[in-house]
Design a protein around this ligand. Structure first.
Ligand code: G1P
Length: 296
C-alpha cells in the first residue's frame, strides 16, 4: 500500500509569467479551483494519505490553501452558507495530511524529491506527482496513478507514467527506451534505459515521462549520489536510470488525457475540458463556447 506522495512545488514558474509573479503557478485557477487541488485530489483518489509538498518561501499560498481557515469557516457558518463551507472544508479530507518541507536551492527535480527524504525514509515506497501536469481521469473507474500503484504492489517494480509526444518535443521530456514492446494503454512494460531531455536525434523513442512516478524509498541514497546532469541540475531521471540498471523499472502507458499547465495554452485546454462538464456551469459554458465560435 502506498500512502505517501511527494509534490515538488518550489519552482518559480517562469513559463507562466506574468500570471505567476505574485501567486504560485500551482494556484492558477482552472474553473473553480487551483491546479494544485486537482493534483491532490488525484493523489487522494489513488489512496495517498500523506502529501509532502516540497516548497519555497515565496509559495506559502499553497500551504494556506490546504490549511484550515478558521475565520472564513466561522463567517460562512454564521451566514448559513453551508454549501461553500462544505466546499472549503472538503479541500482536504479528514484522513489526509498535508506536510511541507523546503527546497532551499533550485538544484533540480532530483534534488527537490531528495528534500522529502526525512519525511518518507529509505524503506517506504512513495509516489511523485509533478503539478505542472493535470491528468484527467474522466470516464475511468480508477485513475492512472491508482493503476501504477497496483502494478507496483503486484511486481515491486517502479512505475513511470509515459505517453507518446510529438518527436519535435522530445527534448522537453525524460524519454524512455522500452525493452521490447511499447506497453498498451493501462499496462506496464520493462525499460532498457531512459534519458533526460535528449536531442531529437539521440532520443530512443518518443515515449515521454509525464510527471507521475511510483518509486521505492531506496531511490533516496541514489539521488544523494546523483551528479548534476541535463541543464546542470540533479535529475530524477538519472537516479531512476541507476535504479533501473540494478532492479529494473517499468513504464506505465497512461489511459487518461494530460494537460500541461506549465504553459498558457495548457491552462486554456484544461479550462475547456473541466469547464464543459462542470455540474453547475458546464451547460452554460458549452453554450458560451458555441456562441463565441459562431461570432468569430
Ligand atoms: C520534468 C522531468 C522530465 C519529465 C517532465 C514532464 O521536467 O525532469 O523527465 O518528462 O517533467 O513531466 P521539467 O518539465 O520539470 O523540466
Amino acid at each position: 500500500m502506498i500512502r505517501k506522495a511527494v509534490l515538488p512545488v518550489a519552482g518559480l514558474g517562469t513559463r507562466c509569467l506574468p500570471a505567476s509573479k505574485a501567486i504560485p503557478k500551482e494556484m492558477i485557477t482552472i474553473v473553480d479551483r487551483p491546479v494544485i487541488q486537482y493534483v491532490v485530489e488525484e493523489a487522494v483518489a489513488a489512496g495517498i494519505r500523506d502529501i509532502v509538498l516540497v516548497t519555497h518561501s515565496s509559495k506559502s499560498a499553497i500551504e494556506n490553501h490546504f490549511d484550515k481557515h478558521f475565520e472564513l469557516e466561522a463567517t460562512l457558518e454564521a451566514k448559513g452558507k453551508h454549501d461553500l463551507l462544505e466546499a472549503v472544508r472538503g479541500i482536504v479530507p479528514k484522513d489526509v495530511n498535508i506536510i511541507s518541507v523546503r527546497q532551499p536551492e533550485p538544484l533540480g527535480l532530483g534534488h527537490a524529491v531528495l528534500c522529502a527524504r526525512p519525511v518518507i525514509g529509505d524503506d517506504e515506497p512513495f509516489a511523485v506527482l509533478l503539478p505542472d501536469v493535470l491528468v484527467d481521469d474522466y470516464g475511468l473507474a480508477h485513475n492512472d496513478l491508482a493503476g501504477m500503484i497496483a502494478a507496483f504492489d503486484a511486481t515491486g517494480l517502479s512505475q513511470l507514467m509515459v505517453e507518446e509526444v510529438p518527436w519535435e518535443r522530445v527534448h522537453q521530456y525524460g524519454i524512455v527506451a522500452p525493452e521490447q514492446a511499447v506497453p498498451a494503454a493501462g499496462e506496464s512494460a520493462p525499460l532498457a534505459g531512459m534519458v533526460e531531455k535528449p536531442a531529437r536525434e539521440a532520443a530512443p523513442s518518443n515515449l515521454a515521462v509525464i510527471g507521475r512516478y511510483v518509486l521505492p524509498g531506496h531511490i533516496f541514497p541514489l539521488l544523494a549520489e546523483t551528479p548534476p546532469g541535463a541543464g546542470n541540475e540533479i535529475q530524477l531521471t538519472d537516479a531512476i536510470d541507476t535504479l533501473r540498471a540494478a532492479d529494473g523499472v517499468d513504464a506505465w502507458r497512461m489511459r487518461g488525457q494530460t494537460f500541461d499547465c506549465g504553459n498558457p495554452l495548457g491552462y486554456l485546454e484544461a479550462t475547456l475540458a473541466y469547464g464543459s462538464r462542470h455540474p453547475e456551469i458546464g451547460a452554460d459554458f458549452r453554450e458560451l463556447i458555441t456562441r463565441h465560435a459562431r461570432s468569430e
